[in-house]
Design a protein around this ligand. Structure first.
Ligand code: NAD
Length: 668
């Protein structure tokens, strides 16, 4: 069949003629201008680095354009090379290529850059303000071409968005190996990212942005629902008590946009503050938040009314969250549950907007006077924390949502430390909720994408997954019954909740056994011709994928939470057990230098190879983390690993002997 224009464009990669300049589209949500951090010599280096993708006779014209981008935006995105075709996950059959696995990866890359999915699509940022798929459009174009040309005897090597090239390998090797932001540890401070990213030699891949596994806000709705639901369970004695409870938080961005939807699913009143009108309107138009209010008095009145009527409603407040906390304190509006999902992993470059400045003023100040902007942020954080403290003194249950709110507030000198001066006053959602209730048992954000792009395939996979979980639940131990029930309820409501944005994707929390059984059932359905191929994956924010002392591994209390052996072991182990692609990142969620995280993708095509790979890889991908959590003496993980060893005789894990604390009475 002749190639269509999209396929031809992919295979052409870099056009022979320099394309015309593209107008800066103000309709699109753009990344903030990054700070001007490079010296003159470093700017030259950044230009030389960008120009090495192009023939020498084009350098003069492109150099002028790229330098202008560097001055205007703080980065060289090569906007003029942005393709003209629509960016979205096409059905796998529409991609040119020789390898089905490579085509599946192309589909996932395009999904991460889809305008309905990506936060700053023109800057190749999927979420979190700086979570990049590539650093510039030429890297995108080259990568797509490599993928379209490669065979199952090659592996594409990705260095922070840059496709280093195709290397000979074998059919059971990963088709793509991704590293993002890997630094020599001493060069992993936030300003190092600013500098080396501006130079074009590294990028912040967040978690599923740079690993092509983002599935829009749905990916996070489920985790957020579980978190909000279990947080509410901590403060409500029974289901009836939940109605009329008020949840206050901030952020309607990439992940944070899931909060109002989760609030609705959990059955509460939620108020989510958001300073960026575009972000608020996007979530409103997608049906993720019910109402937008722009005036504080109106907000207070609306919340009082919702409380009186015990409504289930999600309200976006267009403005600063600090103002909301302070207003509710003044008005004596009792907040049951509080959190925050501003992007404090990236506090100085647009992740957190300080109170007292308009959105526009803040954007200007962070680029023009970063030092003064930093002062505003820190002052705002002190006010923010003080107001939260005021509410918690009245009984509000506040938890850190893994966005480094407590960390950055403490660095700003806010009153946020516990009496012992070591811990924070408030728990992270992992310490209190997801860690002990999910990760230690192996439950985590398993996901899949129907590569046919057919919604009916997704419906069938939902049914298959539900059936598998219901069968498993019959013999599940009491310890995990709640988890199983929550997930069955989730998958039953998934179609009705219209969660799909972008590719035909689904997420649910499952343990190792659940993931393997669901994947095996999918593979069988593919082999029987009931559904098309399926891509499996997960969020990096999982049992084993991420070492992050203030988030995923914050409930590790043996001192090892500052190590990253688990995440590194995980990605190595996945890569030789059949993953189609693997990735390992520095930074993601809590910030550059604060976390190491990895993930995988796996194409199920109904073959026996896929069956063997899924069993081997998914088993390792969960049990690695349970083994480590067990060694850290986490009670639920000790239970889970013992169960896993009973089910699989080849698994032999070192189990800790827990010391009786009274032993030390005579020593200390
Ligand atoms: N949802 C989860 O499960 C989860 C888990 C772990 C961590 N996180 C963290 O949550 C944070 C948010 O992630 P995201 O993808 O939504 O980022 P994002 O940058 O897309 O969204 C954050 C939003 O907060 C808004 N904002 C910033 N300061 C504000 C302020 N003072 N008042 C009101 N609004 C403000 C921004 O305009 C932005 O739209 C990240 O740090 C992420 O790592 C989320």
């Amino acid at each position: 069949m002749p190639l269509n224009s999209f396929q031809q464009d992919i295979l052409k990669a870099i056009p022979c003629q320099i394309p015309p300049i593209k107008e800066y589209d103000l309709e699109v949500n753009h990344a903030p201008k990054r700070k001007d951090i490079l010296s003159m010599e470093e700017k030259k280096l950044a230009l030389k680095n960008a120009l090495r993708y192009f023939p020498v006779d084009q350098h003069k014209e492109l150099a002028a354009d790229f330098l202008e981008e560097l001055h205007k935006y703080g980065r060289i995105y090569m906007y003029r090379y942005r393709p003209d075709y629509k960016m979205y996950a096409r059905p796998i059959s529409q991609y040119p290529g020789k390898s089905e696995q490579a085509k599946a990866i192309m589909l996932m890359i395009q999904n991460n850059l889809d305008y309905a999915v990506a936060q700053h699509p023109h800057e190749l940022i999927t979420y979190g303000g700086n979570g990049a798929v590539f650093q510039n459009w030429i890297q995108y174009r080259l990568t797509m071409k490599y993928l379209a040309e490669m065979t199952d005897e090659q592996t594409l090597v990705m260095y922070s968005g840059h496709p280093m090239g195709l290397f000979p390998s074998h059919k059971n090797a990963p088709r793509v190996v991704v590293t993002n932001g890997m630094m020599i540890p001493n060069y992993s401070k936030p300003d190092d990212w600013e500098k080396f990213n501006a130079m074009g030699v590294t990028q912040y891949g967040q978690m599923t942005a740079g690993s092509y596994m983002y599935i829009g806000p749905q990916g996070i709705v489920h985790g957020t629902t579980i978190t909000v639901l279990n947080a509410i369970r901590k403060i409500a004695k029974n289901r009836e008590d939940i109605t009329g409870k008020l949840f206050v938080t901030a952020g309607l961005g990439g992940m944070s946009g899931a909060q109002p939807k989760a609030g609705n699913i959990a059955g509460v009143i939620s108020v989510t503050a958001e300073v960026n009108p575009k972000a608020a309107q996007t979530r409103h138009s997608q049906g993720w938040v019910d109402e937008i209010i722009t005036d504080l008095d109106e907000l207070a009145a609306r919340v009082k009314q919702a409380k009186d009527k015990k409504e289930v409603v999600s309200i976006a407040y267009l403005g600063n969250v600090v103002d909301v906390w302070e207003k509710f304190d003044e008005e004596n509006i009792y907040v049951d549950l509080g959190s925050d999902q501003t992007s404090l992993h990236n506090p100085w470059a647009g992740g957190y907007y300080p109170a007292g400045l308009s959105f526009e003023e803040a954007n200007e100040l962070m680029a023009e006077n970063p030092d003064l902007f930093k002062k505003y942020v820190q002052e705002s954080l002190r006010r923010h924390a003080a107001s939260v403290n005021q509410h918690t003194s009245k009984g509000t249950y506040f938890f850190d949502y893994g966005n480094a709110f407590l960390l950055e507030s403490s660095r700003a000198g806010a009153e946020i430390m516990a009496d012992n001066g070591i811990d924070f006053k408030y728990p992270s959602y992992i310490q209190d909720i997801l860690g002990p209730m999910c990760f230690d048992f192996g439950f985590g954000p398993f996901r899949w994408v129907c590569a046919s792009g057919n919604p009916e395939d997704l419906e069938k996979t939902d049914e298959i997954a539900c059936q598998v979980l219901e069968n498993m639940m019959i013999n599940s131990p009491a310890e995990i019954q709640q988890q199983m029930a929550d997930n069955i309820q989730w998958i039953k409501g998934a179609q009705q909740n219209k969660l799909v944005v972008g590719s035909q994707a689904r997420i649910l929390y499952a343990d190792a056994e659940g993931r393997m059984k669901i994947a095996e059932a999918f593979n069988e359905a593919i082999s029987n011709g009931e559904i098309g191929p399926v891509v499996l994956g997960r969020d990096h924010h999982d049992v084993s994928g991420t070492d992050s002392p203030y988030r995923e591994t914050s409930n590790i209390y043996d001192g090892s939470r500052f190590t990253a052996d688990m995440a590194i072991q995980n990605v190595i182990g996945d890569s030789f057990r059949g993953a189609t692609w693997v990735s390992i990142h520095n930074g993601g969620g809590v910030g550059w230098g604060e976390v190491i995280n990895g993930g995988f993708g796996m194409l199920l095509d109904g073959s026996d190879d896929a069956k063997r790979n899924l069993r081997m890889m998914l088993h390792w991908d969960v049990n690695n983390g349970i083994a480590r959590r067990n060694w850290a003496r986490n009670e639920n993980a000790i239970f889970a690993i013992q169960r896993a060893m009973e089910a699989e005789p080849l698994l032999k894990v070192t189990v800790p002997n827990c010391v009786n604390e009274t032993l030390f009475d005579s020593f200390f």
